[in-house]
Design a protein around this ligand. Structure first.
Ligand SMILES: [Zn+2]
Length: 130
């Protein structure tokens, strides 16, 4: 097996293990009773689902690129809608992660609305006092 292919396989394998661990962690979290913990677990599950959808989108995108490589005409609309779908999903993940940060006791910067650690004195993005 060529080195690059081996590296890619190693990376994909590690990612699959990470995703399995994330799902397991989410299930453990869901067993707890407090409202915030349950909401955090639900958000983590949503993020997990969205990541799976993104993987499928990337796969479709790869198939389209491969079809083009094989001399088929590119369907610009399909490629465009896959890419914008992926971007939308990535944005959703950012929002869910911010919400998780708030639930875990993070604070929002009054100036730029970044989510910062609850013990931070200054915003990590704009430097404003929190
Ligand atoms: Zn800020």
């Amino acid at each position: 097996m060529d080195d690059n292919v081996r590296k890619l396989f190693d990376k994909l394998k590690k990612r699959a293990i990470d995703m399995g661990a994330a799902a397991e962690y989410t299930l453990k979290q869901a067993g707890r009773k407090t409202g915030d913990t349950v909401e955090i677990a639900k958000l983590n599950m949503k993020i997990f689902d969205i990541n799976s959808e993104i993987d499928l989108d990337f796969r479709k995108l790869g198939e389209l690129v491969y079809a083009v490589h094989n001399g088929r005409e590119a369907d610009d609309n399909e490629i465009e809608s896959l890419i914008s779908g992926i971007e939308q999903k990535l944005n959703d993940i950012v929002l869910y992660k911010e919400r998780i940060g708030i639930l875990k006791g993070s604070v929002e910067c009054p100036v730029c609305q970044s989510i910062c650690g609850k013990d931070d004195k200054f915003c990590k993005k704009c430097g404003s006092e929190l």
